[in-house]
Design a protein around this ligand. Sequence first.
Ligand code: SF4
Length: 385
Amino acid sequence: MEYKYIREKPLGIYIHIPFCIKKCRYCDFLSFADTDRSFHEIYTAKMTDEIASWSLIHNNMYTVDTIFVGGGTPSILSPELLCDLLDAVFARYRVREDAEITIEANPGTLTPEKLTAFRNAGFTRISMGAQSFDPGLLKMMGRIHTPEEIFESFSTARKAGFDNINLDLIFGLPGETQKQWMKDIDTAIGLTPEHISFYSLQIEEGTEIYHDIVSGKVETLPDLEDRIMYHNAIETLTEAGYGHYEISNAARPGFASRHNLKYWSLDDYLGVGLGAHSYVNGVRSANTNQISDYMSGNTDHGRISWLHKNSESDDISEYVFLGLRKTEGINFDHFRQAFGKNFWDLYSEETEKLIGRGLLERDDHTLRLTRLGLDLSNQVFSEYV
Ligand code: SF4
């Protein structure tokens, strides 16, 4: 898209808070248990320095339209520190008045005072890690909260003025039944959040759940059961008025995550903090994931550990396989506008093959995953890499 003035170019900012109260049993995200407030303060100060140095590089080129503070568990930070972070962005960048500003939060870390302070600081959206409403499954996952705390946090967030709430759910847990999963989905819908994310459990090497599986303590759920859960969730969410807009995300009309859509649309986003990734002006980069390096700021350019200038063919390939994550798929006219090329001149062979296997479907304007393609999306994406 051409912008009349370069400064209108939108930018999303992701801010990574790697701290949690304790590590969940399935988690291999870049996070660790740390509740030391003085360390949080130093880390936040490093991130405000990083925001300042990026803003000098960006030289007033962008207008921020989304901010996402994720983790980890950002809600264990004090509201004052979170306020400092948002202030650092507001001080250095133009931020649209209607910007979507999200904080990830976990039940068990929220109080009415905190939620009101988050709202007053400028957060417009809260993404809550519910994961399940089943006490046994929460315990198996090593979550810090009870089902009651989810209900309480949700209702407190509403009272604090959050009218855009996401609930994260996980399915496909060892021993989980279809009945338990559908109860989770129904309970989540019953709370009437604007957005629901639903992820199939990924068993990652090194996690406690992985060791339970390797030692034979628990068994993974068969793939077929997992896929039935997935499609039942889509069906139930759709019937309840949620639009399934990305492989693992559904939202009420107008509430799709504007920030996350950037990742799937090859839009610019800046990642700040430990291990955060960026895609800005055709350059992909990643910050170091070593906390000591991040804190000492030894590496160049805002603690970057890896940087790659995308070629045109990198951009084209990413546009296709990221765009196919969206259920609307990719639009051939938009593709031509973005790259000045005809999609079919580049990808007819692999695309016809995937259509033939029933993984993709097309009409005159768009190409998207089929129901089977949603299940085997990695096979589809690998054809375009
Ligand atoms: S709260 Fe989230 S980031 Fe923290 S350990 Fe649990 S799953 Fe990982």
